[in-house]
Ligand binder design. Structure first.
Ligand code: NDP
Length: 331
């Protein structure tokens, strides 16, 4: 099968400027944390990526350890690139990260220069790329001096392995410090990747202000709380869903609880009144803030991507809708 991208791929997607940089990202980006690993069906992942690109999603987010097994999401993406997307490399923003455990021993996780540079090289090899567009430090390291970690990111850019750098899950104070070091090195921090959804609003408590002041973009991951902020779990836990596969032990403390589902049912009524699905309203809600550049979704089906992209046609909330949502979330 030869893939030919849709000629209409730039017709409807909104692109938002990443902080004060020159780089624009699609309002919806696609992450390959789950559903693209060695355990998953390759053709399903391939069809999902094709559909995403056809709908104007130019940004695909990876990390060294996405799979399972670790590394396999990057291998899958590398295969799809080689088969289908190579001619369109200059239309794509591909990111990867290092910070969590990847290989055994003291050099296979956290934030040393040794780990970050080696991991970046491994990621490039797995994806068959000369460079990634954005390389992130995936989580703060309590031991390595920030100067070393930021120095490694600067080196990764200067040596041609990445065009831009970012950080993920750094606190407001750590972000400010990292931004200053990077600025002094001459490699500005492009973007922060924090978790942001209706059930996890930590970034509203200081981080967004820092990002706005520093001119750093923000790509919020898990806008659907891994699927809980959709209609997926309203009846039961469907077979094949992430909660079923991982026995309700979703990462980041996400649990499919009755309390949460009761809230989702009420939120769903507001979504319906807006002419959106629950998933669409959850995505749109994260994008209501101008500091948030992009909503970083996951998808196990082509239709998840279609639904998410359609959310961008209604990103405006009335004061009344926002107040109703606040009241439900506060209950
Ligand atoms: P989401 O909150 O968007 O959850 C995605 C999951 O929700 C899908 O896999 C699917 O679950 C379900 N879903 C999506 N759309 C629908 C729909 N319309 N109806 C019903 N269910 C739906 O994001 P993720 O948690 O997957 O995270 C997204 C990306 O964020 C990751 O791929 C990764 O790139 C990034 N990330 C970054 C982290 C970091 O530390 N920087 C940590 C975690 C994620 P199912 O598979 O059950 O069908």
């Amino acid at each position: 099968m030869t893939y030919l991208p849709a000629a209409t791929r730039y017709d409807t997607m909104t692109y938002r400027r990443t902080g004060r940089s020159g780089l624009k990202l699609p309002a919806v980006s696609l992450g390959l944390w789950y559903n693209f690993g060695g355990v998953d069906v390759f053709e399903n992942g391939r069809a999902t990526i094709h559909r995403a690109f056809d709908l104007g999603i130019t940004h695909f987010d990876l990390a060294n350890n996405y799979g399972p097994p670790y590394g396999s999401a990057e291998e899958t993406f590398g295969r799809i690139l080689a088969k289908d997307l190579k001619p369109y490399r200059d239309e794509l923003i591909i990111s990867s990260k290092a910070g969590y455990d990847m290989w055994p021993g003291p050099y296979g996780e956290w934030g040393s220069r040794k780990y970050l540079v080696a991991s970046c090289d491994q990621s490039l090899k797995r994806m068959g790329l000369d460079y990634v567009d954005i390389f992130y430090h995936h989580r703060p390291d309590p031991d390595t001096p920030l100067e070393e970690t930021m120095g490694a990111l600067d080196f990764i850019v200067r040596s041609g392995r990445a065009l831009y750098v970012g950080i993920s899950t750094y606190s407001p104070a750590q972000t400010r410090q990292a931004a200053q070091i990077l600025r002094e090195l001459g490699t500005p921090c492009l973007i922060h990747q924090p978790r942001y959804n209706m059930f996890d609003r930590w970034i509203e408590d200081g981080l967004l202000d820092v990002l706005a002041e520093e001119g750093i973009g923000c790509i919020g991951f898990s806008p659907l709380a891994q699927g809980i902020l959709t209609d997926k779990y309203l009846q039961d836990v469907p077979e094949g869903s992430r909660a079923a596969k991982y026995e309700n032990q979703l990462h980041w403390g996400d649990k499919v609880t009755q309390n949460r589902l009761a809230k989702v049912r009420r939120l769903n009524e507001i979504a319906q009144a807006r002419g959106q699905s629950m998933a669409q309203m959850a995505i749109a809600w994260t994008l209501r803030l101008p500091t948030v550049t992009s909503a970083l979704i996951g998808a196990s089906k082509v239709r998840h991507v279609e639904e998410a992209v359609a959310a961008t046609s209604n990103l405006v909330f009335s004061e009344e809708e926002l107040a109703q949502i606040e009241a439900i979330l506060a209950d």
